[in-house]
Design a protein around this ligand. Structure first.
Ligand SMILES: NC(=O)c1ccc[n+]([C@@H]2O[C@H](COP(=O)([O-])OP(=O)(O)OC[C@H]3O[C@@H](n4cnc5c(N)ncnc54)[C@H](OP(=O)(O)O)[C@@H]3O)[C@@H](O)[C@H]2O)c1
Length: 390
């Protein structure tokens, strides 16, 4: 098969012919039809941590099941059926330890970490969901402890029954932000509590974010230096009970911290070194984790940073993808996918086109001069880059 293969020693990648992977116990083989590009793909391409001579890049994929391990022969699970349309994510080259990559014509995945794509979704749309939606779900449900329709956190919301819960999503038009808003509405439904959803995004995205399925109550422009004060005003001075900083770069973390209620919780999605921030003096420390723990494998980031793989994280991921699959019979979607920017070409264009757009900090992307500024090279704003894999 063809795959986009990283050579860590030379920090380069090329499309190469490599063997089609063989599914192990509990795994299926998927013919990849579309892949979505995430910032993390570019980060560990530019600064590889992979310890092998070569690794397949790529995380998010959608495609059809074309094979399965013999132990799944008698399984009645739809996700092992030949021809079933499924989506999922793998770790790609984002670890020292060897893991499968998705930027290829075929990928193997544990069947229980896939979800079934409803007929109303294109492969390109479905490929945007798996990694980013799980990332935010991990933050809101197991880490914040909010109630959800598919996972019993058993932690009651620690605020009076009649109190409105204030939730801030900083970076509402990021991929994480789009899924975050939808998941917050599910938390409100599951808890029966009123959640006031406050967001920050560039003004031109406010109409989209006010409408369903995002339904923000309050939207502010993050370029307005007064936005943290305006967030506090929107909460009647109480502060926000929960905040997601989906950007987590430089001063965003401190500003989000300044909006918090005295016992508020907030979550960052980059490490202090990656996001260039420091919270050592902050009164409240943020929650942080990596989405990979949902895959159930220990993750070695090198330099002594080894993340464990608690069994409950994999259990949560299984429940989450069952929840996404649950809408399929009605042809519905449990979560609306990100708006998509379909990029021209295939695997061979990911490094020169998509990675060029994703390089550097998320907050610095807009400042870059893009030659030509055609439809495919304009800065990313509220959309996911996807490639069809023929
Ligand atoms: N910890 C984990 O497991 C994990 C998992 C997934 C992602 N991440 C990280 O989370 C971050 C977000 O990823 P993503 O895929 O959601 O990003 P993304 O979709 O590429 O984000 C692009 C959006 O960011 C917005 N933006 C840029 N600078 C901003 C700023 N200073 N303040 C507010 N919004 C700003 C832009 O909004 P406008 O168009 O409105 O300007 C743009 O729409 C990345 O750093 C990624 O590496 C971590």
């Amino acid at each position: 098969m063809q795959a986009l293969v990283l050579t860590p020693a030379t920090r380069s990648a090329s499309v190469q012919e490599i063997p089609i992977p063989t599914p192990g116990p509990g795994e299926v083989l998927i013919r990849v039809r579309a892949v979505a590009i995430n910032p993390v793909d570019q980060i560990y391409f530019a600064e590889p941590i992979a310890a092998q001579a070569q690794r397949v890049l790529g995380v998010d994929f959608a495609g059809e099941v074309v094979g399965r391990h013999a132990d799944l022969k008698n399984s009645s699970d739809k996700r092992v059926k030949i021809g079933e349309r499924v989506a999922g994510f793998v770790q790609g080259a984002n670890s020292v330890n060897d893991r499968p990559g998705a930027f290829a014509q075929y990928v193997v995945s544990p069947h229980d970490l896939l979800w079934t794509i409803p007929s109303t979704l294109l492969y390109e749309q479905a490929s945007t969901v798996s990694m980013c939606a799980l990332t935010v779900a991990q933050a809101l449900f197991p880490r914040f402890g909010l109630p959800s329709p598919f996972w019993n956190s058993q932690v009651p919301i620690p605020h009076d029954e009649d109190e409105t819960i204030n939730m801030l999503i900083y970076g509402s038009s990021s991929s994480l932000g789009f899924y975050g808003a939808q998941l917050v509405h599910l938390a409100a439904q599951a808890s029966g509590r009123r959640i006031r959803l406050i967001g920050t995004a560039s003004s031109r995205k406010h109409a989209l974010l006010s409408a369903e399925p995002y339904g923000y109550d309050v939207l502010l422009d993050y370029r307005d230096p007064e936005w943290p004060a305006k967030v506090r005003d929107a909460t009647g001075g109480v502060g926000v009970h929960y905040a997601l900083d989906t950007i987590s770069e430089r001063d965003t973390v401190g500003k989000v911290h300044s909006t918090l209620y005295k016992h508020g919780k907030y979550h960052v999605f980059r490490s202090p070194s990656g996001g260039q921030y420091n919270t050592s003096d902050a009164a409240i420390q943020p929650a942080y984790g990596t989405v990979w723990e949902g895959l159930g494998h220990v993750i070695d980031y090198g330099d002594g940073h080894v993340f464990s793989a608690p069994p409950e994280s994999r259990e949560f991921a299984i429940k989450f993808y069952e929840f996404l699959s649950s809408a399929v019979d009605g042809g519905k979607v449990a979560l609306e996918p990100n708006p998509v920017r379909k990029m021209p070409g295939g695997l061979e264009r990911i490094v020169p086109d998509a990675f060029a757009l994703l390089s550097g900090l998320v907050s610095d992307r807009r400042d870059k001069d893009r030659q030509g500024q055609d439809d495919h090279s304009r800065p990313i704003s509220g959309e996911k880059l996807v490639y069809s894999i023929d």
